[in-house]
Design a protein around this ligand. Structure first.
Ligand SMILES: NC(=O)c1ccc[n+]([C@@H]2O[C@H](COP(=O)([O-])OP(=O)(O)OC[C@H]3O[C@@H](n4cnc5c(N)ncnc54)[C@H](OP(=O)(O)O)[C@@H]3O)[C@@H](O)[C@H]2O)c1
Length: 247
């Protein structure tokens, strides 16, 4: 750096000091490790979003561990990811899956005809294991209908929520509970709250944020959700925030 203008011995000495300090700072920056998140563990890996996250993470050079009830469901990725087989109430299996991870993604949710109430308990178990293994970063998917406290959720979604709370209180209690457990975890968490989730690749113009208005036509694609989640893992824009997404 060159300071122009009036120069005497003193100012030249000062210039050198400043130059040296700036060089030192620049060298320190170059030597500093670049914080890149490379090892992720995905729960709900066999679902639509889980699969999309795996594919995308591999293209971004991440190492993926996928946890699944049936390991064979992940055969398309044999040799390219680590697969741990187990159920979501198996603490030992979950611990094995999280070992060595930089971040965990919880992408599971009830399937039609399957057990509807397991998300809160499974998430609590995953968080306990993360704490024991000192893994701090968690991204969890719930949904736009989940939780009471969201003023930007439009009238349609507020009415839908009221109906669902009446029709399937056990399911809503489970997902509300899941969200609360994540928010109280003390971890570096982000909750993604998709509205209607449709199949498809990432859509340009997808928006993500805590204050997005979610109207009746709001929807996103599985590809957009997966892209946003991986972007968040690398960019950490929404630590300890619940965010809506809309494509
Ligand atoms: N569908 C929507 O319109 C919508 C809207 C908003 C939010 N969401 C939420 O977004 C997330 C991702 O949705 P998605 O459509 O990608 O999921 P999905 O395709 O329905 O897949 C669900 C995942 O959860 C797992 N799972 C289901 N029941 C399980 C159980 N009892 N024990 C262990 N694992 C179980 C499934 O494993 P298996 O393959 O072994 O069954 C699968 O990996 C979910 O949390 C979902 O609730 C969905």
């Amino acid at each position: 750096m060159i300071l122009r203008g009036h120069q005497n011995g003193n100012t030249l000495g000062k210039e050198k000091e400043i130059d040296d300090a700036l060089h030192e700072e620049a060298n320190a920056r170059e030597d500093a490790p670049v914080a890149v998140m490379i090892k992720i563990t995905v729960f709900g890996a066999t679902g639509r979003t889980g699969r999309s996250i795996i594919s995308l993470a591999l293209t971004q050079g991440m190492e993926v561990t996928a946890y699944a009830r049936r390991a064979a469901d992940l055969d398309p990725w044999t040799g390219r990811i680590r697969v741990v087989q187990g159920t979501l109430d198996d603490a030992e299996g979950i611990a094995k899956a999280i070992e060595g991870a930089d971040a965990v993604v919880a992408a599971f949710g009830p399937r039609k005809g399957g057990p509807q109430v397991f998300c809160a308990h499974a998430t609590q178990l995953i968080i306990s294991v993360m704490k024991a293994q000192k893994v701090r970063r968690l991204v969890c998917i719930t949904g736009a209908l989940i939780g009471e406290q969201y003023p930007t959720r439009g009238l349609f979604y507020r009415v839908m929520r009221r109906l669902l709370v009446r029709k399937a209180p056990h399911l809503m209690l489970d997902r509300d509970g899941q969200e609360t457990i994540v928010m109280n975890s003390g971890l570096d968490w982000t909750v993604f709250k998709p509205p209607r989730l449709v199949n498809g690749a990432e859509r340009p113009g997808t928006q993500v944020g805590p204050d997005l208005v979610i109207g009746p036509a709001a929807r996103t694609t599985v590809g957009s959700l997966a892209t946003a989640i991986l972007g968040e893992l690398l960019g950490s824009q929404f630590i300890r925030k619940t965010v809506f997404i809309r494509s």
